[in-house]
Each structure stands twice: as structure tokens, then as C-alpha cells.
Design a protein around this ligand. Structure first.
Ligand code: ADP
Ligand code: ILO
Length: 348
């Protein structure tokens, strides 16, 4: 008989969505449930329990996790994305529908633009429950597909196991590669067998990159210096189209692309700029207010949970589910236009 874990009292002082929605009643209802991949409630909540400073605190292991643990995941998804149980997701990667002229043609504010989507393969457990052989197979199969890309997208796959420490640190420092040892991922089981099966594919200019087997099996990334958001989106859409002809991704009509963290469901897209806002950085309430109007998320430029330095921010779309990819990027674009306008007014 499986042993039922006790209610995690460590959540008492946490302001995560896990702590908010994992009432004793919900816990009792879900604590003996398991998905076909052997994923339990204890697995799903471990990251939030071990890291009480989490914003969310839960991870899934498969599409089934979102059904089996729906009593916990549904309110979290609704609170984060405003997406209700009966709502459907919709996709639009057609760059013609995006109205995004460069908000900063002289390059005074925007340092760089990056758009990424997460993808996971249909029928394979997510990184939280995947085994070593399955993970290695993904790295082999996907890198082989990517190495067949031509033109602007042609590039090379670098496995983390064979990479020198100096190369790894340089790629991380230049914002191209994921960091090692994230404690939220660690307690979610996403760092098992590290660095096996992890790697990065990129083209020569490092404008097209694919992370393999980090938080999600694939993170498909388009990025470049400056604020040409439309060009970055167009490149990403082309790469996604090409990959989609070779592999089937996990997708549901309700949740869109299935990801290990519920914040990434739907489009699984984060479109961001690194932007210099020295005057607005002294008026954090105003910055927050603009972010709220345009559905923006504000981060430091060294990844999530990093803080702002010298008035430079990572500004991205916050919503991802129930809206299209074009809408995600439009949110970011329109918000950045508003931020630059206010920054200019404050400089007068
Ligand atoms: P995610 O991969 O979920 O989008 P992170 O915040 O962890 O989120 O970012 C991963 C890496 O990408 C970090 O090194 C970050 O600095 C870099 N990055 C994010 N947005 C940009 C951007 N607009 N320009 C350059 N680098 C970026
Ligand atoms: N588990 C962390 C991160 C949540 C959102 N970010 C990512 C990378 N998925 C938390 O709950 O704060």
C-alpha cells in the first residue's frame, strides 16, 4: 500500500499559489492519486514545499497531471492566466497579424529582443518524470532534426556533458544558455542525471537557439540585439513550423501546449526585451502600474528571480494561455511602447 504523505505545514508562511489553493480538503482529496507515469501529489508540490518563496510552487509530469490534480491545478491556472475550465486555447503564429514596428529605432532603450516557446513531445513524460533513456533519446532525435535545418537556421548541437566549463559559463553569461542548479527545478525533479541529455543547438549568429531537456524538453528561441520584435517573431514562427513537420508536440484544446510549469501552458511563449529605463526605475509604482495595464512581467536581466541592475529590466508578456502567440507578442510590444513613452516624459 502506498504511504500517504502528511499535509505540508511548511506552506503556512508561503505566498505561493500552491499555499493559497492547497487547502486540507483538496490535499485529502488528491493525496493518494497517481498518474500513469507514477507522479503523485507529493511530487507535484515538492518544489513549492521545499521553496516557500515560490510564486506558483507546482509542476506537472504529463498532460494527465492536469486532470488528476485538477482540483489544485485549475484554480492556479485560473488565477495566473484567467483561463477557466471550459475555456479553449487558440493559436496564431502568422507574423502578418502582428503589428509591431520597432519601438526604439535609434537603439536608445532596447538592448535585445528574445522570444521563446516551450514544447514537449506527445506521449513522452515531461522532464519531472522522464527517465534517463527517454531523455537521451529526445536529445539524439531532436538534435538530428535540427542539424538538418538550412539557411539562417542551420547550426550545431552542443551537449552539456561535452562542453567545457569556460564555454558553458560564457554562454550563460551572454544570455544564450540556461543556468545550472536552479533550486525550484531541483526539487521538482527536473535536474535528475544532470548534465546528461541536456544541450543547446544554435546557429552561427546565435539568433536561433534550442535548449534541450531543461525545464521543458525543448525551448525554441529566437533573439537578436535591438528592438526588431517582428523579425524575431518571424524567425521563431518559421523554426516552429519546420520542427512541427518532423515531431508531434503535446497539445490540448483546453490547455494548448503542455508544459511542466502551469505558467507556461498555452502558447508557452515568453516574448521579452532587455530594456534600459533609468528614470522609470526610480518610480517603481508607475512601472508596476504600466506593467499591469499591458499584462507585462518584470524581471532582472539574469533570468527569473534575478533583480534589476542599473535600471535595466527584462520586460515580457505575462499571459500565455487562452490568447494567441500574436497577442502575447502584441502585449509585450504595446507595453514597451508605453514604457518608452513614459521614460521619455520623465527625462524632460
Ligand atoms: P525563460 O527561458 O523562461 O524565458 P529566463 O528568465 O530564465 O526565462 O531567461 C533565460 C535567459 O534568457 C536568461 O539568461 C535571460 O537573461 C535571457 N533573456 C531573456 N530575455 C532576453 C532578452 N530580451 N535579451 C537577451 N537575453 C534575454
Ligand atoms: N516554480 C517557480 C517558477 C515558476 C515560474 N517560472 C518558471 C521558470 N516556470 C515558482 O513557483 O516561483
Amino acid at each position: 500500500m502506498t504511504q500517504v504523505p502528511p499535509y505540508p505545514t511548511q506552506l503556512a508562511g508561503s505566498s505561493s499559489l500552491l499555499a493559497k489553493y492547497l487547502t486540507k480538503d483538496i490535499f485529502d482529496k488528491l493525496c493518494d492519486k497517481t498518474t500513469a507515469n507514477g507522479y503523485t501529489l507529493a511530487h507535484a508540490i515538492n518544489s513549492g514545499v521545499q521553496n516557500p518563496d515560490s510564486g506558483i510552487g507546482v509542476y506537472a509530469a504529463d498532460e494527465e497531471s492536469y486532470d488528476v490534480f485538477a482540483a489544485l491545478f485549475d484554480p492556479i491556472i485560473y488565477k495566473y492566466h484567467g483561463h477557466a475550465k471550459e475555456d479553449k486555447h487558440q493559436s496564431d503564429l502568422n507574423s502578418v497579424n502582428l503589428k509591431a514596428p520597432n519601438p526604439d529605432p535609434t537603439g536608445k532603450y532596447i538592448l535585445s529582443t528574445r522570444i521563446r516557446v516551450a514544447r514537449n513531445l506527445r506521449g513522452v513524460p515531461l522532464g519531472t518524470a522522464i527517465d534517463k533513456d527517454q531523455r537521451d533519446k529526445i536529445a539524439r532525435d531532436i538534435s538530428a532534426v535540427l542539424c538538418g535545418f538550412t539557411g539562417e537556421l542551420s547550426g550545431t548541437y552542443y551537449s552539456l556533458s561535452n562542453m567545457s566549463e569556460a564555454d558553458r559559463l560564457s554562454l550563460v553569461g551572454d544570455h544564450f544558455l540556461f543556468k545550472a542548479g536552479d533550486r525550484y527545478l531541483e526539487s521538482a525533479g527536473l535536474n535528475r542525471h544532470w548534465p546528461h541529455g541536456r544541450g543547446i543547438f544554435h546557429n552561427t549568429d546565435k539568433t536561433f537557439l534550442v535548449w534541450i531537456n531543461e525545464e521543458d524538453q525543448l525551448r525554441i528561441i529566437s533573439m537578436q540585439s535591438g528592438g526588431d520584435i517582428a523579425r524575431v517573431f518571424e524567425r521563431l514562427a518559421t523554426a516552429i513550423d519546420m520542427l512541427s513537420t518532423k515531431v508531434q508536440f503535446a497539445y490540448s484544446d483546453h490547455l494548448g501546449y503542455i508544459t511542466s510549469c502551469p505558467t507556461n501552458l498555452g502558447t508557452a511563449m515568453r516574448a521579452s526585451v532587455h530594456i534600459r529605463l533609468p528614470n522609470l526605475s526610480k518610480k517603481s509604482q508607475e512601472l508596476e502600474a504600466i506593467a499591469q495595464i499591458y499584462h507585462l512581467q518584470i524581471r532582472g536581466i539574469h533570468g527569473e528571480h534575478s533583480s534589476c541592475q542599473d535600471g535595466v529590466y527584462d520586460i515580457s508578456n505575462k499571459r500565455r494561455l487562452g490568447i494567441t502567440e500574436v497577442r502575447c507578442v502584441q502585449d509585450m510590444h504595446d507595453g514597451v511602447v508605453a514604457l518608452i513613452k513614459r521614460e521619455q516624459e520623465l527625462a524632460l
